[in-house]
Design a protein around this ligand. Structure first.
Ligand SMILES: C[S@@+](CC[C@H](N)C(=O)[O-])C[C@H]1O[C@@H](n2cnc3c(N)ncnc32)[C@H](O)[C@@H]1O
Length: 259
């Protein structure tokens, strides 16, 4: 048993050493992203070495190795997507657990219908929704990156994962037969799109939801990403300082039914 665990740790250590060498030999389009990726791999490699060398690796080391391995895999995937398309990915790391939980806390799942998540990425907020008791079957996840979509399908096999453009929300929901929507949760980097597009997305979401249902968005900005729409109000949460970068949640609602 212990030998097998040690063997796995040894193999992981060797693989990480190889990955680090390859990473360092590739040109770095962005210095900060490179440093972050190197740091994550090094941290993992140290833990793998400890797990290999400890006569009987303590539960703490094993547990830390497992958690960090999962987190590092997501962070590296995120960084690589960001490197390939910074404007679309919109962040260098997935939302922290605290921000994800805060987003999920605003979802009104007692309303009838599906919960639509726009730009779920690696599923940080999705996981918080499931942890809050939202059944996977009620989730519609609209994600632009094919890589993230594959990951989401594996992690949330009962959710509907739509590989597509969240700004075409009306068309996506049409194709799904227009189920009622209880809440919309969004991690989209809204500021990378012109204001009229953001307004059109918000109007579509409000038209598809019952009056008063929430559109939940996180943002790093000091000002609202969507403004100038008659009948739509917004409020903000506290700042989540531990997120990278610090973020807060914006809650938009429509007072009346929109056409
Ligand atoms: C800032 S990340 C947030 C990811 C995740 N919600 C989280 O909190 O960790 C933005 C996500 O939106 C996705 N995205 C960007 N533009 C999109 C679009 N037009 N349609 C669907 N997804 C999009 C990106 O691929 C990325 O996964």
């Amino acid at each position: 048993m212990i030998d097998a665990a040690r063997q796995r740790a040894r193999e992981l250590h060797a693989r990480l050493t190889e990955e680090l060498a390859q990473l360092r030999s590739r040109p770095a389009p962005d210095g900060t992203a490179r440093k972050r990726e190197v740091r994550l791999l090094e941290e993992l490699r140290t833990l793998a070495r400890r797990a290999e060398l400890e006569l009987r690796p303590s539960d703490t080391v094993r547990e830390r190795l497992r958690t960090l391995q999962m987190r590092a895999a997501d962070e590296i995937r995120f960084l690589r997507n960001w490197g390939a398309n910074p404007l679309k990915t919109g962040a260098v790391a997935p939302s922290s657990q605290e921000l994800s939980r805060l987003m999920a806390a605003y979802v009104e799942h007692e309303r009838p219908g599906v919960i639509v998540e726009l730009g779920p990425g690696t599923g940080a907020v999705t996981q918080a929704l499931v942890d809050r008791g939202v059944p996977e079957e009620r989730l519609v996840l609209i994600e632009y990156s094919p890589d993230f979509c594959e990951l989401l399908k594996g992690r949330f096999p009962k959710a509907q994962v739509v590989h597509g453009n969240a700004y075409a929300l009306g068309e996506v929901m049409d194709a799904l037969g227009n189920p009622p929507i209880a809440s919309v949760v969004s991690g989209l980097p809204l500021f990378t799109r012109p204001l009229p597009e953001r307004q059109a997305l918000m109007s579509d979401a409000m038209r598809l939801m019952a009056p008063g249902a929430p559109f939940i968005q996180f943002s790093y900005a000091l000002v609202p990403a969507v403004k100038g729409l008659v009948g739509i109000t917004w409020s903000t949460s506290r700042w989540v300082l531990g997120n990278l970068p610090p973020a807060r949640v914006w809650l938009y609602r429509s007072a009346t039914a929109t056409a």
